[in-house]
Design a protein around this ligand. Sequence first.
Ligand code: 5GP
Ligand code: ZN
Length: 104
Amino acid sequence: MEDCIFCKIAVKETQAEIVYEDEQFIVFPDSNPKAPFHVLLIPKKHIPSLREVGEDDMELMGRLLLTAQKVAQENHLKGYKLAMHVGKEGGQEVDHLHLHLLAG
Ligand code: 5GP
Ligand code: ZN
């Protein structure tokens, strides 16, 4: 996805401070944080939004939540909020599926 800013972060074409990374996911701080701790979790695979998620992505979506749990534990967060905007009308600005993890 040539014009996708999150794909560019995933392939390191655009620099971001990497909070967590594995084969499937990359986690980096939101450039306009809405909380003292605010990171974005993205699958490296380009999926525009939750609307395009199918049965084949069930494991990926489960792992996305476990990755959020892991990042929260690693950063000693006592409590946190997960949010996902879906579609323009749902407040989604970047068309690459991402989960917001906010705390503090
Ligand atoms: P959305 O509204 O699509 O759920 O959230 C997109 C989020 O991505 C926003 O909170 C925005 O601040 C963040 N964002 C947009 N462009 C960039 C970028 O180039 N780098 C980083 N780190 N965050 C971005
Ligand atoms: Zn993308």
